[in-house]
Design a protein around this ligand. Structure first.
Ligand code: NAP
Ligand code: ZN
Length: 349
């Protein structure tokens, strides 16, 4: 049995659970989980804010830990290696998306680290709020950061790749003005990564209290988006905006800030839809609103290696698993700088 924490219904807090992990098959890697980040998606899923949550739901897809066993066909990993697992644990591995290293866009749908279809008990995958996990070797990442940074590496596995992938796809770099909207778990990584890629970064926050902190993360400017004068000062000036907000909000306030041919990419998946965007604001400057989903495995490894080389990690608050429900409530209130990470050793208590 593996100790875990999860939700049994959408209306009840997360509680201690015992779950089963399969014996490692030929291509599997068994991992003792050291730390797991707390993504807003975990909250959406566990609390039934998205349709289709399967209970019991053990969330967690920002996993780092050490390899405890490998299957007979595994060559890339050995016992004792420091590794990561992100949002996916499998995909068809033969469609055009998988062939291009875009497993997140697999034609059959990727298998999520939690709430995904699996032959393992109880019929859906269970995530990283647990002592251990068994994952197909193609979906395991190498972590080369120093051991003392491991807890702060965990959020790179979702918050890091979900911001890195669109920044790379839309070719963010020197000479560009880039906005990051919502300075939470994803947004704070977006600021750090866009800064490291050489862009001029403007952080948009609803929280006046994050003004100084966003500059420290690497933003060149900070705009409190509730202040229309501050917003208007940036009209028609952005090449790219990455919008990470976890709640429904007025998109027009941000599309109006894009230059001609500029793009705003949405990564937030709010419980309720955004109000329909103003078509005029799009067609008169040929602006684009786009979306982006996590990132592929090769791209995740590229991001982890880039971050290790540049010394980039998340800014975290380490928590005991027994404080997870309070952490969810605080995340809901945007009261976290900037990512809660579970110390999975506290599952043993
Ligand atoms: P988070 O840590 O809670 O951060 C979201 C931030 O959005 C908050 O810190 C807050 O920033 C801002 N915000 C919250 N409510 C707002 C409101 N009503 N109006 C304006 N701004 C608001 O969440 P996260 O973990 O970064 O995740 C963000 C979203 O991305 C979630 O919906 C999550 O499910 C989704 N997600 C998507 C993908 C993907 O692949 N596309 C991957 C992971 C997560 P300020 O205080 O700065 O305003
Ligand atoms: Zn996530």
């Amino acid at each position: 049995m593996t100790k875990a924490f999860g939700a049994v219904t959408e209306h009840t807090p997360l509680v201690a659970l015992d779950i089963e992990r399969r014996e490692p098959g030929a291509h599997d890697v068994a991992i003792d989980i050291a730390y797991c980040g707390v993504c807003h998606s975990d909250l959406h899923q566990a609390r039934g804010e998205w349709a289709g949550t399967l209970y019991p739901c053990v969330p967690g897809h920002e996993i780092v830990g050490r390899v405890s066993a490998v299957g007979s066909e595994v060559t890339a990993f050995k016992v004792g290696d420091t590794v990561g697992v992100g949002c996916m644990v499998d995909s068809c591995q033969h469609c055009s998306a998988c062939d291009e290293g875009l497993e997140q866009y697999c034609d059959d749908g990727f298998i999520g680290t939690y709430n995904g279809a699996t032959a393992d008990a109880p019929g859906h995958t269970q995530g990283g709020y647990s002592q251990a996990i068994v994952v197909n070797d193609k979906f395991v990442l190498k972590v080369s950061h120093p051991a003392e940074q491991l807890a702060a590496v965990a959020p790179l596995l979702c918050a890091g790749i979900t911001t890195w992938s669109p920044l790379r796809h839309w070719k963010v770099g020197p000479g560009q003005k880039v906005g990051v909207v919502g300075i939470g778990g994803l947004g704070h990584m977006g600021v750090k990564l866009a800064h490291a890629l050489g862009a001029h970064v403007v952080a948009f926050t609803t929280s006046d209290s994050k003004r100084e902190a966003a500059l420290a993360l690497g933003a060149d400017e900070v705009v409190v988006s509730r202040n229309p004068d501050e917003m208007n000062a940036h009209a028609n000036s952005f090449d790219f905006i990455l919008n990470t907000v976890a709640a429904s909000h007025d998109l027009d306030a941000f599309t109006a800030l894009l230059k001609r041919d500029g793009t705003m990419t949405l990564v937030g998946v709010p419980e309720h839809p955004h109000p329909s965007p103003n078509v005029g604001a799009l067609i008169f400057r040929r602006r684009t609103i786009a979306g982006s989903l996590i990132g592929g495995i090769a791209e995740t490894q590229e991001m982890l290696d880039f971050c290790a080389e540049k010394g980039i990690v998340a800014d975290i608050e380490l928590i005991d698993i027994h404080d997870i429900n309070e952490a969810f409530d605080r995340m809901q209130r945007s009261d976290v700088k900037y990512r809660f990470v579970i110390d999975n050793a506290t599952l043993n208590a």
